[in-house]
Design a protein around this ligand. Sequence first.
Ligand code: PHB
Length: 389
Amino acid sequence: MKKLILAAAAFLMTASAYADVIKVGVIGPFSGPFAIQGKNFKAGIDAYLATHGNKVGENTIEILYRDVPQPDPAQSKALAQELVVKEGVQYLTGFYFTPDAMAVTPLLEQGNVPMVIMNAATSAIVTKSPLVVRTSFTTWQTSAPMAKTARERGVEKAITVVSDYGPGVDAENAFKTTFEKEGGTVVESIRMPLSTNDFSPIMQRVRDSGAQAVFAFLPSGPTTLGFVKAYNENGLKQAGIQFLAPGDLTQESDLPAIGDAGVGILTTFHYSIAHDSPENKAFVAAAQKAIGNPAELSFPSVSAYDGMFVITKMIEATGGKQDAQKAVDAVKDLAWESPRGPVSIDPETRHITQNIYLREVAKGDDGGYYNKEIKTFEKQPDPGLAAAK
Ligand code: PHB
């Protein structure tokens, strides 16, 4: 009899352990030109699971990856639907490109699934569903401090150049609004199609504009590298035109290819791999191990790591049961020490409040390049949300 009870108990335990696999679906660019960015999502997730384990109480986390190589809202939506309906994922995360996140927000309430955004940076996304939480940044949040910096450094006239979609339009508005409020003038604003890869004609317009500085935003990837190279190769620096941008333009994985010409470039951003804290040193060691090639490590890894932390808090709060609203409510006001510095989730907007750092591309003693933090804009919320409403 005793044996039988033990056997029954063992069976029940196995059954309940089996039932408590919590599936997390990650949508991102895992192949094609932006594959390194997706690889960084995976490195951040793997680093989190390697350092914290894949269990939350009795529940086991299982990660399912789906590849959307370039911005493709229809593909993103179809894959999210497949993950929710066929795979039964309880959480959706990842989302490198804004259009891919936007396309999925209408599915969340019906699917009873929270979305934890690990990159997509257009302010308005969080307003599209009460079930969206973001652990990355917005281009409003990262670009407004650059406008202040430019004015502090005496720039009177600037020109803006951005990719013509959500985060680019937000970056342009953030820079122009802040720069002009501080007494500067934006002499021209250029919006380029996302597919643009010949930047010489743009550099000519920048030269002709009479601006003292060019502020630029493009989504991190092969085109940001192309854009910075075009700035360097078209003699704009020699012509005395300063380069200003959020940190998407100097991601660490691009710095070797930019080379010495990049030294001194100023950017504002939420995360530098060189951030000096014990939390960041531990994170970088784990994430470098996870990614395999340390030279490929870049900013999406940290939002992914923090995104996993937020998801584990959601699983804890719901005891593993599928209750998207309860999960999201549980992380409103959550505050923790991220590898990037102190952060919290704003309960109103469900967007991350964080320090934004002014950084300068520098060359280390070992000959490697890094983003050296030189000033901190503390506890920045997203100023773009007022504009997004
Ligand atoms: C976005 O599509 O929201 C996006 C992509 C890459 C970035 C920033 C924003 O570097």
